[in-house]
Design a protein around this ligand. Sequence first.
Ligand code: F1P
Length: 337
Amino acid sequence: IRRQPELWEQTLTQGKQETDRIRHLFHQLQVDEVILTGCGTSYYLAITAAAVFQEWTIPSRAIPASEMLLVPDTVLIPGTKTLVIAASRSGSTTEVVKAVQRLRSRPTVTTWGLTCHPDSPLTQAAHQSWTLPHAKEKSVVMTGSFTSMLLFLQWIAATVAKKEGPARELQHLPTAAAESMSAAHTLGQQLGADLRYDHLIYLGLGAYYGLACEGMLKAKEMTQVVCEAYNPLEFRHGPLSVLREGCRVFLLSQQRCSSQEQAVARDLRALNADVVVLAEDAASFDCDRPLPLPAGFSDAARCLLYLPLLQWVAYYRTLQSGLHPDRPRHLDQVVIL
Ligand code: F1P
């Protein structure tokens, strides 16, 4: 978790070396849309990346790799030139590899792979692939690999975008993360050690829904506590009924939705939930624990900065529960069907 600023620096260095190749390949393809895919954490990163792609480049969506494999005709639009970008830390997850192998033969589909393992089945199956070996991990639970692959996908989107701002912003993320890591660590340690809260809820909208799902998955994998993820405004349409004193809610707020999300935070507090807000202007929310995030980023670029706190919370809760963060129950690094 702690080495992420350094990993992101290395990811950007690699991204810059690949800029011409990415631009050339993308412009040669002239695709109508991008579909990002993966499983588990890698699917959640696809959700976030798809929203960023759509905002910076062309129509994009995220689909679980199992659906790309099993029901591709419910996903692909006939006659549409599609770029499928598949992410997988291991590059070996069955659904991802088989989906790419099958899609490759479709004339309207081009496949790109993104992984942390060189020479993996995914790199062999995809038309083009990128590997981030520096982001490989020994742990089962993905942390730095998630954020590094997400940053690389953001870099691809920024590279093919018609404006320069996104690429410039991304280059400031490692420094911003290094500066905010200690606040995230201190708060994560406090929150993780507090076992009174046995129901964790993660809220994020658009690109941040993928981040909320990832925060939820980290806590679930490491601690097996009950966790859920929702869009913050959707949460008021029914799920709100579960709120009680043992609930802790993490609200990952976007700057452009700040006033609506402040209203959500007020509702949550009124129902006795413990509310943690991560936002650039976190101090202006009615919440129990604000984590102000570094200023000066667009919502699309800022994504990565939300993750360290969520990862620390899961990590410290695991230790406090007497569990081993690197040995999550029933899980392996790779799911082979
Ligand atoms: C993804 C994944 C992880 C999950 C678990 C099994 O693998 O599903 O999200 O935490 O450990 O693997 P990958 O395709 O990214 O290698």
